[in-house]
Structure formats: C-alpha cells, structure tokens
Write a protein that binds this ligand. Structure first.
Ligand SMILES: Cc1ncc(COP(=O)(O)O)c(C=O)c1O
Length: 392
C-alpha cells in the first residue's frame, strides 16, 4: 500500500496537544501558532493500526485488559528483526510512557540526594524527573565540533567517578541534536558506568527513526558484560505516531534490578493497560513496517527540503543535519543572539511554535527545535513565516 504523507489532516478540535489553542497559549503566550513543537507527527498512522483499533472499538466493551502473548511476541520479534537483539519475555515491563519509566527508575535505583548524569542539551523531562524525585542533575555537556555533537569522555569519566552519582540517563539516538551514537561511544559509556557502579538507562524511543547512512546499535548489543547494569526503553510511540496510546517497553535483563523496578510499578499500581493501546502496539510491530519505511523516506525528503530552504532563504540559520529523529536542531543565533528575543521573534512575529533551545538546558541558547514530521506544504508554510520575519 502506498501512503500519502502529503495529505494535510486537520487536527484542530481533536484534543491534540500540539494544536490546541489553550495549550499553545499556556506555553507560548499565543493561540494562533503553526505548531512544530511537541514530538508527534501530523501523519495518519499505518492502516493496519487503524483497522485493529476500529475492530476493538466496535466490539463496544472496554473493560480491564490483559496483555496477551502476541503483545510480548510483537515486541520481541521487532527488537530482533530491526536491531538483532534477542530478548526474553521476562525482561519486558509495560509502562504508560518512557517519561513515567524514567521517573520509576529513579525511584527504584536512586536515593533522594543522589546525582544523576545526563548529557545536555537533552530532552528536558529528564531533568524534571531527576529533580522531582529529590535527586540532582549533573550534566556531561555534549560538545559541538561544527558539524555534529560528540560526547566529552574525559568530563564523563570525572563525573561518573563521584560516588554521589548513581545513575546515567543516555538518550540514544539523541534528542534534540538528532545524533546516532557510534558503537565505540556506547562502549565507552557502558565501561565507565560499570566501572563506577552507575546504573545506565538507555532511552531509545527514537531508535526506529534512523536515516540512511547511519546505524543505530541497541544498547543490549553493546556487550554481554553490560547487560546486568542496564535498562533499555523502547516504544512504538514515536515510530508509529502512537504517543497518545501511552505504551512503552522497559527491558531490564538483570532479575534483581527488574524486581526493584517492579516493586515501584506495584507501589504506583502500574500494570493494567488500555485495550486500544494493546491492539495498536501489536498491529504496529507486526504490520507497520511497510508504513515505517515509507515514512522514513518522506522524512528524509523533508530534511533535504529544510536544508535547501535554509540555504536559499535563511542562510544565517544552521541546521545540524539529523542522523535520526524527526527533530531538527537549528542554530538561529545568526539572526538573533538573545534567546529570549529569538523565542519572541518566532512566536509573536513568525507565529510558529517550536521548542526553544534553552528548554533543553542553557547549552541550547540560540537554537530552536523544529519538528518536521508534517506534510511538506505545512513545513514550507512554517519556514516561510520564519523567513519573512528574519529577513525583514
Ligand atoms: C528522548 C525522549 N524520551 C521520552 C519521550 C516521551 O516519552 P513518553 O511520551 O513515552 O513518556 C520523548 C518524547 O519526545 C523523547 O524525545
């Protein structure tokens, strides 16, 4: 089946956070913005997912639900087929999202007052989770080499050596700098965490959205010797545009750690799952691959479109070319170096909503994050708005 990613589907009035005027007003102080912020897509999902949900919806009874064998098999088969990692059913836990999973992990593996390492600029709910659970954020800042962001291993080593650091949260691929980490990078991270007794969480929510020329290594394949010190988070949410279905997969190979994590899930009564979320995950992982391949092609087209657009119309804006994710990290400091004024320029004048670079840590000053998972016509409309105010 050929999918049409150019189709513009009106999401207004569907309770979509990305488009709701009330949410836009609350976050950006304006209602009538063209939204390129929160990470979901303006594309319709794969037809088999719609069919599975419609079938379950038409049944008409939505009682307490249990995950069937096919649910686990779908996750196991997908993980092996796409990444080559064989996982056991026992290693998998359900959480209603990866942000909840990160919070539960901090509750399970850290004590209040501990330090947790992240690599800023990075997905900001990590910092919130750390602070909300009484721990402290320690950033091993990424370093920009003029083309891409890299890890600073000297700094990482010195930070992990501090006995107060008990956990590291890795974002792989990395949001917002859209970097696919090399196997060598991952090995170094794994070694340093193991040597220093720091538990490692690898948030791989974007791991299916990797572009040609790049290879993502799921952390479970970095080395057998690291499996006991690891929790990997995956999900169909970004890949198949199912964020609102709230299902994600927490994979913990070590049984002792798994028990600690499960104890926290029990304490928070996490277990049951929405029946539509169950069938959507199964349909996505078993019948969604064809859609995903077409999506990736379309998204690569959007990256090319942005590159060319910037070159021609916004030459002082510099995009870090995404290796993965549908998020473009763009340096607009050539137009406005003051971050607050830059944000105002985008919302009040251009009337577009993007995540401000500073949301990801002060390291993001001068940058904006543009979600390009939308029909090209919308993307052009947004870029036109930006060009019209930056070039005036
Ligand atoms: C790195 C990362 N982790 C987690 C999430 C959100 O996870 P969830 O919606 O499953 O809580 C996002 C969403 O953008 C993300 O980019």
């Amino acid at each position: 089946m050929k999918y049409n990613f150019d189709q513009i589907i009106d999401r207004k009035g569907t309770n979509a956070s990305k488009w709701e005027p009330q949410v836009l007003n609350q976050l950006f102080g304006e209602e009538d913005l063209l939204p390129f912020w929160v990470a979901d897509m303006d594309f319709k999902v794969a037809q088999p997912i719609v069919d599975a949900i419609v079938k379950a919806a038409e049944h008409g009874i939505y009682g307490y639900s249990v995950r069937p064998e096919e649910y686990y098999k779908a996750i196991i088969d997908w993980t092996e087929k796409r990444f080559g990692w064989k996982i056991d059913k026992e290693w998998i836990d359900y959480t209603p999202g990866i942000v909840p999973a990160v919070n539960y992990a901090i509750q399970a593996f850290c004590m209040p007052g501990d330090n947790v390492v992240i690599q800023q600029p990075v997905y900001y709910p990590f910092s919130n989770a750390i602070k909300n659970n009484g721990c402290h954020v320690v950033s091993n800042d990424l370093v920009f080499d003029g083309e891409k962001y890299n890890m600073d291993f000297g700094d990482l080593e010195s930070k992990l050596k501090d006995p107060k650091v008990t956990m590291m949260i890795l974002c792989s691929p990395h949001n917002p700098v859209s970097r696919v980490w090399d196997l060598e990078d991952l090995k170094k991270v794994a070694h340093l965490c193991l040597e220093n007794n720091v538990f490692l969480i690898s948030d791989e929510i974007h791991n299916d959205l990797v572009y040609s020329g790049y290879k993502h290594t799921i952390f479970g394949l970095v080395g057998e010797e690291f499996l006991d010190n690891l929790m990997v988070c995956t999900a169909p949410s970004k890949t198949f545009n199912l964020a609102g279905m709230q299902s994600s997969n927490v994979i913990i190979p070590n049984p002792v750690h798994r028990q600690r994590f499960r104890r926290i899930l029990e304490k928070n009564s996490i277990g049951g799952q929405n029946p539509l979320s169950i069938v959507s995950l199964i349909a996505a992982y078993t019948e969604g691959e064809e859609w995903l391949e077409q999506l990736l092609e379309y998204l690569e087209g959007n990256i090319k479109f942005i590159e060319e657009y910037l070159k021609e119309n916004l030459p002082k804006a510099k995009m870090i070319k995404p290796q993965a994710t549908y998020l473009a990290w763009i340096d607009f400091s050539g137009y406005e170096s003051d971050s607050r004024k830059l944000e105002e320029l985008m919302t009040k004048k251009a009337k577009v909503a993007m995540d401000a670079g500073t949301w990801f840590g002060e390291q993001g000053a001068g940058y904006m994050r543009l979600n390009f998972a939308c029909p090209r016509e919308l993307l052009k409309k947004g870029l036109d708005r930006i060009a019209s105010v930056t070039n005036s």
